[in-house]
Design a protein around this ligand. Structure first.
Ligand SMILES: Cc1cc2nc3c(=O)[nH]c(=O)nc-3n(C[C@H](O)[C@H](O)[C@H](O)COP(=O)(O)O)c2cc1C
Length: 194
């Protein structure tokens, strides 16, 4: 059986969730990583792009997640769209996107969120909220009129999917699960018990 491309299917679900009025941001997903100690950690991120090459999110390259990805460049994403009762799990290796790609995404960010990126030493201990606000004000003073440049410590990652699983909620807990596994030149598909 020829498997329908799972990235295309992901795109269709994403559009369906949007059209169904998914509450909050339809791009939100949980990102799981584990450093060299193997202990998993999970947090929400926003998906900023997806295609055949992978799923892209942006973050601080000094954050805990980034340090874990340096140690162990593999991750998993989990999307849950309540409005359409669908879950999608994506797993695979992760690599930084190119500088040019991070620059292109940065160019579309608002001035305030750019300043926020400069202000945050993400995942480092913070003495007080005042310190964060002070760092934001300092960034504002540093870039009063000029466009705020992208910090070298901030950019994107791309998860290249090797496994994508779709879970569709059905009656009587008889949910539908289909798992796609990447193989030479395409994908194989199998069903799983719910
Ligand atoms: C809905 C939602 C979306 C988020 N999106 C991002 C994101 O795209 N990038 C990011 O670095 N942090 C994002 N965060 C914050 C992360 O969940 C997390 O607190 C932060 O990245 C630090 O994680 P770490 O210490 O594991 O690196 C988001 C939080 C929420 C609740």
């Amino acid at each position: 059986m020829k498997a329908k491309n799972p990235i295309t299917q992901f795109g269709e679900l994403f559009e369906r969730a949007k059209a169904a009025g998914e509450p909050g941001d339809v791009t939100r997903c949980a990102l799981a990583t584990a450093g060299s100690d193997g202990a998993p950690a999970v947090r929400m991120v926003l998906l900023k792009g997806f295609d055949e090459h992978g799923f892209v999110f942006y973050t601080n390259y000094g954050s805990r997640k980034a340090l874990e990805l340096e140690e162990n460049p593999r991750a998993a994403l989990c999307f849950h769209w309540l409005s359409i009762e669908e879950q999608v799990r994506v797993e695979g290796p992760v690599a930084r996107v190119s500088e040019a790609e991070s620059d292109a995404y940065w160019a579309g960010r608002s001035r305030l969120s750019r300043l926020g990126a400069w202000a945050s030493k993400q995942s480092q201990p913070l003495g007080s909220r005042g310190e964060l606000l002070r760092r934001f004000a300092e960034a504002e003073l540093r870039y009063p009129v000029r466009p705020v440049p992208r910090p070298a410590f901030w950019g994107g990652y791309r998860l290249e999917p090797e496994r994508i699983e779709f879970w569709s909620g059905k009656a009587h807990r008889l949910h539908d699960r289909r798992v796609y596994t990447r193989r030479e030149g395409g994908w194989s598909v199998a069903r799983l018990f719910p």
